[in-house]
Design a protein around this ligand. Structure first.
Ligand code: 5GP
Ligand code: SF4
Ligand code: MG
Length: 456
């Protein structure tokens, strides 16, 4: 998912719309904007792309000077309109709105406890729990929010809005990204990725730190930690590898640069002789360029993507997914015919994409197809907001590299090493922060509660 928030701007909803549009790659199932005019919160949300959910008059109707918005990629709780964010709670003490990127791993336990105390939930989303928890605390608003946050385990980049203030929070593991920017008029914006700051003309101020809560009220920023438990700095490695846009910087590290270095690293770890290097558009182009530069083998446009088909992975059923792959990519016969091809992709999850593309390339006349993957093999499910939640769906859980190579029909297959991807992401010496790599190695930063994982 992607979140965007803005405080102190007369066209808050309009700017939020542009911000969400630039975060569209983070989720295409639903979108919503919640706006405050300092007295009352108003929401508009629906299923579909940002441009499908909103038209100009709907944006106009959302008048106010603060807004939070969300693009949804459904993981916990599944799809359906009841789970579309922002969530809006109307209470006798005022309105409360929430947008959430990530996944609360102890949500079911908390839900159980809250239901016993009398809460009734209107969705199956883990995010709704946060509103109910805040409601049950006492004291000043910031204290109530911090007490609620202390009960949560898992991944969250959160935007919480009341009539006259906005809070932005990052979980104590730093799993999901969240940045602060400032508009030319002094207003503040918050975004999952820095590409959304650029698009609305905001200057990047800094990333929100793991465990930090920031409040904007009366145009001023206040910051504190929401917990005194140990803080870790384990941003999701997949943000760099696949999720984020190449022009975004996460924790001060540019995404395109890390992908290019991963391509170079793949060359160093696993080179084979070939005529051309191609990347699977769009997320693997940076890595393919890096490989090509390092190997001195030309980078070619061997695969073309129809830009108007959404990300295949997002479509919920396997049947739709494989149909999506067919609609989306074509091999360029006059480029790959009779060539030995090195094909770079960012990841293999279920194996659908690689299998399909190897076949496309061979049908188009490629002599050999050597697949190089710019992430380690994904063997463990992610419980932190990326939709690879059952282990049995992960092809690298079921097959070793040799079997998988045969399954996808490639001439050779290699996954970048864990050390290799770490090196590519932390290419500057001053970056000492750690990474979550649980989907590669099973080392989860949180407890797993009821989520079962089979160990090797
Ligand atoms: P597969 O076809 O193996 O199930 O999925 C891998 C392909 O899906 C890659 O080309 C990758 O770019 C794309 N993809 C789409 N969404 C996701 C996602 O959420 N995580 C990962 N790792 N890859 C994804
Ligand atoms: Fe990211 Fe994988 Fe960790 Fe999930 S398990 S947060 S996808 S690195
Ligand atoms: Mg891809």
């Amino acid at each position: 998912c992607g979140v965007f928030g803005i405080a102190n701007h007369k066209d808050a909803a309009q700017i939020c719309y542009y911000g969400l549009h630039s975060l569209q790659h983070r989720g295409q199932e639903a979108a919503g904007i919640l706006v405050s005019n300092q007295h009352k919160l108003t929401v508009h949300k629906g299923e579909g792309l940002v441009t499908e959910v909103f038209n100009a008059s709907q944006i106009q109707a959302l008048s106010g000077d603060m807004a939070i918005g969300h693009v949804r990629y459904s993981t916990a709780g599944g799809g359906g309109i009841a789970n579309v964010q922002p969530f809006l709670f109307r209470t006798m003490q005022g309105d409360l709105g929430i947008c959430h990127n990530g996944n609360i791993v102890n949500a079911n336990l908390l839900k159980y406890e809250l239901e016993i105390q009398g809460s009734i939930f209107s969705s199956s989303s883990d995010t709704e729990v946060i509103g109910h928890l805040i409601k049950r605390q006492n004291g000043r608003m910031i204290e109530r929010i911090c007490q609620a946050l202390q009960r949560l385990d898992g991944a969250f980049a959160l935007l919480i809005m009341l009539e006259d203030r906005l809070y932005a929070v990052r979980d104590k593991y730093g799993l999901r990204p969240l940045s602060i920017g400032q508009l030319p008029n002094g207003g503040y914006v918050f975004a999952s990725e820095t590409c959304a700051l650029d698009i609305v003309g905001a200057k990047f101020l800094r990333d929100i730190e793991p465990g930090e809560i920031v409040r904007v009220k009366d145009g001023k920023l206040l910051s504190m930690l929401y917990t005194d438990e140990p803080i870790q700095d384990k941003i999701c490695a997949m943000e760099y590898i696949y999720f984020s846009r190449p022009d975004s910087d996460l924790d001060g590290i540019n995404v395109h640069t890390t992908r290019k270095l991963a391509g170079k690293q793949l060359y160093q770890e696993s080179h084979v002789d070939a005529d051309i290097v191609i990347g699977v558009p769009d997320s693997s182009i940076s890595a393919a360029i890096g490989y090509s530069e390092a190997a001195g083998i030309p980078y070619e446009m061997g695969l073309i993507k129809n830009k108007y088909v959404g990300r295949t992975f997002i479509q919920p059923t396997q049947e739709l997914r494989s149909q999506g792959v067919r609609m989306k990519l074509s091999a360029v016969s006059s480029i790959v015919n009779n060539k030995r091809v090195i094909m770079i992709d960012d990841s293999i999850v279920r194996g659908t994409t690689s299998k399909r593309i190897v076949k496309l390339l061979k049908d188009a006349g490629a002599k050999e197809v050597h697949v190089r993957i710019a992430s380690p093999a994904i063997k463990y499910p992610c419980f932190y907001g990326v939709d690879t939640s059952t282990q049995s769906e992960l092809i690298s859980h079921k097959m070793d590299v040799h079997e998988l190579c045969q399954y996808i029909g490639a001439d050779s297959l290699y996954f970048i090493s864990e050390e290799g991807i770490k090196k590519s992401i932390h290419f500057k010496k001053e970056h000492t922060c750690d990474l979550c790599m649980a989907c590669f190695n099973g080392h989860y930063v949180t407890s797993l509660y009821e989520n079962e994982v089979e160990r090797d």
